[in-house]
Design a protein around this ligand. Sequence first.
Ligand SMILES: Nc1nc2c(c(=O)[nH]1)N[C@H]1C(S)=C(S)[C@@H](COP(=O)(O)O)O[C@H]1N2
Ligand SMILES: [Mo]
Length: 418
Amino acid sequence: MTRAVDRVLGARLPDPPGALRRGPLREDAFPSPLHTERRASRVGVWLGAGFVVCFLTGLVSHLIQDPPGWFVWPAGPVWLYRVTQGTHVAVGLALIPLLLVKLWTVYPKLFSWPPAATPAKAVGRISILVLVGSSMFMLITGLVNISQWYPFGFGFRSAHYWTGWVAVGAVLTHVGSYAPQIRRGLARRGTPAAVAGLAPEEADRVHDETDAEETGPVSRRAFVAAAVATTGAVALTQWGQTVSPLAQVSVLSPRIPGYGPQDLPVNQTAEGAGVTETAVDPAYRLVVEGPTPLELTLADLQAFPQYTERLPIACVEGWSSNADWTGPRLRDVLAAAGLPRGAVVHVESIQTGGSYRVSTVSKPHSASEKTLLALRLNGEELHVDHGYPVRLIAPNRPGAMQTKWLGRIAPGAAGVGS
Ligand SMILES: Nc1nc2c(c(=O)[nH]1)N[C@H]1C(S)=C(S)[C@@H](COP(=O)(O)O)O[C@H]1N2
Ligand SMILES: [Mo]
């Protein structure tokens, strides 16, 4: 069976007519000596490492927002999500120039002649379409999302998540099917490993290739320096969204820490959420369902013991900023409604629509002494854009789950409402 498959895949395809060899299909159409296995493999290692980092941090973010039963995300350290998600976005952005560099090093292969010598090679080339397509999709949807532009008809998160699996599968397939080239590309030049297993003329080519790299119109050094500089600059300017000293150079960040009402950026304004009137209505009450149902006025909430915690808002879009939050502990309010410590609750906004109008708080966050129903921010009454009269703020939690303009808290099942 396998032998039959091998025979079919390995069969030589007929050569296409030579008359088609025009433009980029000509021999020597790509004179730069930088289109080599070495360049492609070395850029590929960085690209692969970046993809792994993005995949793992993305997986974590997805699990937190849609937790299966076995998954528990800790309430501390309070900055952990800030770091994982900031890394996800910064590395993802840095992969954009890196992917372009990689595509540049290998694109002459698109025009290699004949297009495929065997069916196996044809399959390999088609699988590259999946790889390039899914990587581009990941990077572009991510970039567009952090730029707060939501032009797609599909849900960003599920599309980005599922394509992530496709991309990782494609990367693994690619690494597997190009293992010999990668091994050669990464071996030190001229060493036996670099030419091991090669036919003599191939070995000569590898030697030539590595020697040629020193010359050419753009030197290898200039090429690597340019790639490192662009990639680094993109990461650095993105990190300004989180690391305030870098904010000065943060030309690519849509958010600047410390910029916004009460020195904190806003992701959705009261006006955007359609709550400008309901949020300041004197008839406002926070309803808490439970064995002892409560209807709390702002004054009632202020009558609970007040605590101040320094906690970040860490948006999934990569920006984050620390702030001092003051208000009653969620667990005290739940206890007043007769709910047990660590109960699972849905926290609902008075906002009538929108993806973030409700979130689920479960253990350990619902039991944490740091989880507050915040009434004050950086020493002042909460600004209406930050969730006046009351918002949720919990440690080590995605910004999207720090619900603003709370209207109702009700016990519920875990895993709903992200
Ligand atoms: N009701 C409601 N709460 C919300 C949102 C929203 O759109 N509606 N946006 C969330 C998102 S995505 C983030 S990052 C944080 C940002 O909080 P801030 O605007 O006070 O900085 O609020 C969260 N809470
Ligand atoms: Mo967010």
